[in-house]
Design a protein around this ligand. Structure first.
Ligand code: ASP
Length: 304
């Protein structure tokens, strides 16, 4: 018997901007395109890990989102990306940090999960493994969009005046397939103007990404806080050990655990029944989802 399946994605939680307001429809289209790519995998009998990978590739290829093409630039105006993927049934993961030139870091993470004995590769080791696995590579210029460059320029000006506001973004996906497998994946260009070599939460299992037999979680926001609070695992633990619903776990985490903490935090959660919960404490989180035989949804702000 065909069981429920579902996919949800996020395109990062954070503040609003004129750029976002003037590209709102394009952001929503990008989210819907990613949801549909993941949904198609599930509908054709593919597994949850394949679905999250397909969804993230769409977002990495879309220059509007801070992952793959369109990644934030670090202090040296270079792109360094991080990503991870986790299969909750097999309890397997693959992760990459400080990745350069790899068109789709999530593809590299998936190749690591499927083929490598060592599961978290960074910097040159990640590049060498990408070459070995014949993952698609691009020249540095491919990743740098006008928008990311302008963001970087402003950020460096602010940093020099020490009035910096945080500027970041990420993409993520969670899925349940018809066989009941859960998977999560996250991919990012990191935070604009950050130190070269900075590693955020997105590549870290437990912080940015987590999946087991109970749920799949992808987190976004200020990476240092997601590392500190082990956000993705935190949610999974509340659900597994305390029997909380995804909504109750997210609300406990955001409203009580993170209370008074000045950080943008967002997460998307899929439970084993295919219920989706998407939560955040920031002004907006690009997000979308689709459940079996349901419509594609895409939202940006809280009260839409
Ligand atoms: N968490 C990402 C990072 O810190 C950024 C984001 O999700 O907005 O690298």
């Amino acid at each position: 018997m065909q069981k429920n399946f579902a996919i949800a994605v996020h395109g990062g939680a954070g503040g609003d901007s004129d750029f976002i307001r003037s590209h709102l429809e394009a952001y929503k289209e990008g989210i819907k395109e990613a949801v549909s790519a993941g949904y198609a995998v599930l509908q054709n009998g593919g597994d949850a890990a394949g679905a999250v990978k397909a969804a993230i590739i769409k977002l990495e290829d879309n220059p509007l989102f801070n992952a793959g093409r369109g990644s934030a630039l670090n202090e040296n105006a270079e792109v360094e990306m991080c990503s991870s993927i986790m299969d909750g049934t097999k309890m397997k993961f693959g992760a990459t940090a400080i990745v350069r030139n790899v068109r789709n870091p999530v593809e590299l993470s998936a190749a690591i999960m499927e083929n490598s004995e060592q599961l978290y590769l960074g910097d040159d080791a990640a590049t060498r493994y990408a070459e070995k696995m014949q993952v698609k590579m691009e020249p540095a210029a491919y990743f740098i969009t006008d928008h990311a460059y302008e963001d970087h320029r402003k950020k460096m000006e602010e940093l020099n005046k020490a009035t910096a506001h945080r500027s970041h973004g990420t993409v993520g996906a969670v899925a349940l397939d018809a066989k009941g497998n859960l998977a999560a994946a996250t991919s990012t260009g990191g935070a604009a103007g950050s130190k070269a070599g900075r590693i955020g939460d997105s590549s870290m299992i437990g912080s940015g990404t987590y999946a087991n037999g109970t749920c799949a979680v992808s987190a976004t926001g200020d990476g240092e806080y997601n590392i500190l609070y082990v956000t993705a695992f935190h949610i999974a633990a509340l659900m597994e050990y305390k029997g909380m619903s995804a909504a109750a776990a997210c609300s406990y985490f955001i409203d009580q655990k993170m209370k008074g903490i000045n950080a943008d935090i967002g997460m998307i959660v899929m439970d084993k029944a295919g219920e989706v919960h998407l939560d955040f404490n920031s002004t907006r989180m690009f997000r979308g989802w689709q459940k079996s035989n349901g419509p594609v949804n895409a939202l940006v702000y809280k009260d839409e």
